[in-house]
Design a protein around this ligand. Structure first.
Ligand code: FES
Length: 106
């Protein structure tokens, strides 16, 4: 089972084991990781699963689609590392990946 590390804005670390196939948002919710809310259930409609991913991890991530890019407009503190965790399915290739969380979500 892939191990994913979520790091809150204050540096608090949550190491979780996630089944492949669920989203990074669902994996966080399953393990009660705070500050990754997923208010609209993972349908790319709210921006409350905003997270930051290292550009070096891009080869093991799906490309960002137009709806994800548009929904990020609803998130705070967006930068070039921003993604929506509900749009990223966990895969075996993501074992050891770090997901950083913003200071606030809507
Ligand atoms: S859960 Fe709403 S955009 Fe991801």
């Amino acid at each position: 089972m892939p191990q994913i590390t979520y790091v809150e804005y204050d540096g608090t670390v949550h190491d979780v084991a996630s089944p492949a196939g669920i989203s990074l948002m669902e994996a966080a919710a399953m393990h009660k990781v705070p500050r990754i809310e997923g208010d609209r259930g993972g349908f790319c409609a709210c921006g409350t699963c905003h997270c930051y991913l290292d550009p070096a991890d891009a080869p093991r991530l799906p490309a960002m689609h137009d709806l994800e890019r548009a929904t990020l407009d609803f998130a705070h503190d967006v930068n070039d590392r921003s993604r929506l965790a509900c749009q990223i399915p966990v895969t075996a290739a993501m074992d050891g990946m770090i997901v950083r969380l913003p200071a606030r979500q809507y």
